[in-house]
Ligand binder design. Structure first.
Ligand SMILES: CC(C)(COP(=O)(O)OP(=O)(O)OC[C@H]1O[C@@H](n2cnc3c(N)ncnc32)[C@H](O)[C@@H]1OP(=O)(O)O)[C@@H](O)C(=O)NCCC(=O)NCCS
Length: 321
């Protein structure tokens, strides 16, 4: 088997890899596998603009049989103070090709931590990642909601006001995040190889960034004027390019523990779905952790349907077998 460096060989070797590239969006009406492939190619091409990225193809006598690429994640690297990489694409036609590609990729890139996202049905990729030393950190469930005119009707609740966040809400939103996410478990909070201070502030920083323009929408729920919960949402350009219509995504949400269990999260979700509907979005995506039963229960009652799931795995240089 020969390993080709895409940087020097060009993207023709990627094109030759006729793998069935899985996409979390393939369950959405209008999904185009060809658009997905084009987007993946664009991602690899863009990733290679960074001198630190590596993209490899595996070739045997019959042609290209596998492909793997990794690239640095600038935001995560700055936040965690480590060279954080992501496995952008990984597909191999045989266990041998998968093992060889991963081994070569990991030896050619300069990383401290690599995150891989793998489809639970892709046992070939998962077993190769395990063999390379990756450890399962969490599992995401992506759900989708199809908007309809009904989204525009929301029943008012006495004493409750839901409205766009104001600049002066920042400290309240951070405090709600701190209190509601205390003890929350995910790959960002549970990996002891990542610095403790960064792990414990992860969701608070996400909330702050959302308030500072990362999110297209931040709604705050107030009970008798007191901030009690919030929800954020963005446009999802990646999904839009694959399904050919406007798509939104609900992001972070939190309800102060003192106000939980009263349907506040449901109300916030309804307001976010109304916003999406007003923006002309036909679908709204939501990614939650498989262990978040409260959220999943609410997603079911609201009418979200499951789209895809992804295991997240981490490999740290200190843990290389
Ligand atoms: C998830 C969260 C937003 C829910 O807020 P909330 O206002 O209490 O939610 P709701 O009252 O609308 O509904 C929660 C539902 O989940 C159920 N629930 C709560 N905890 C649960 C648990 N541990 N297991 C199963 N169901 C649970 C509730 O009973 C309720 O369902 P029901 O009305 O059918 O009984 C809140 O718990 C929170 O802030 N959690 C931490 C942060 C988080 O997980 N954010 C979302 C991911 S970004």
């Amino acid at each position: 088997m020969e390993i080709l460096d895409i940087r020097s060989r060009g993207l023709a070797s990627f094109d030759a890899c006729s793998g069935d590239w899985s996409s979390p969006f393939s369950g959405l009406p209008g999904f185009s596998a060809e658009a997905h492939r084009r987007r993946l190619r664009g991602l690899v091409s863009k990733a290679l603009e960074s001198a630190e990225s590596v993209a490899l193809a595996a070739q045997d006598g019959g042609g290209v049989i596998g492909f793997a690429a990794c690239e640095p994640n600038a935001w995560e690297s700055a936040f965690f103070g480590r060279r954080m990489f992501g496995l952008t694409a990984f597909r191999a036609g045989s266990p041998d090709a998968a093992r060889t590609l991963l081994r070569e990729l990991l030896s050619r890139a300069s990383w401290d931590t690599v995150t891989a996202k793998a489809d639970p049905l892709d046992l070939g990729a998962l077993h190769a990642l395990e063999q390379a030393g990756f450890r399962l950190m969490d599992t995401n469930l992506m759900c989708a909601f199809q908007t309809s005119p009904q989204c525009l009707e929301i029943q008012a609740k006495e004493g409750l006001d839901v409205s766009p966040a104001r600049t002066e809400d920042l400290e309240a939103v951070k405090a709600i995040t701190r209190n509601s996410f205390k003890g929350y478990r995910s790959r960002f909070t549970d990996d002891s190889r990542l610095p403790a201070a960064a792990r414990s502030s992860f969701y608070e920083v996400w909330a702050e960034n959302s308030m500072n323009g990362f999110a297209n929408l931040v709604l705050v729920a107030r009970f008798d004027g007191r901030p009690a919960g919030y929800i954020t949402a963005i446009r999802n350009a990646e999904a839009e390019s694959l399904v050919g219509c406007a798509v939104g995504q609900v992001g972070l949400a939190g309800v102060d523990p003192a106000f939980q269990g009263r349907g506040l999260y449901e109300t916030l979700q309804r307001h976010a779905l109304k916003w999406a509907c007003e923006q002309g979005m036909q679908f709204v995506l939501y990614v939650t952790h498989l262990g978040n039963r409260a959220v999943q229960r609410r997603l079911c009652t609201l009418g979200y349907f499951p789209l895809a799931s992804r295991h997240s795995l981490h490999l740290h240089r200190e843990n290389l077998p």
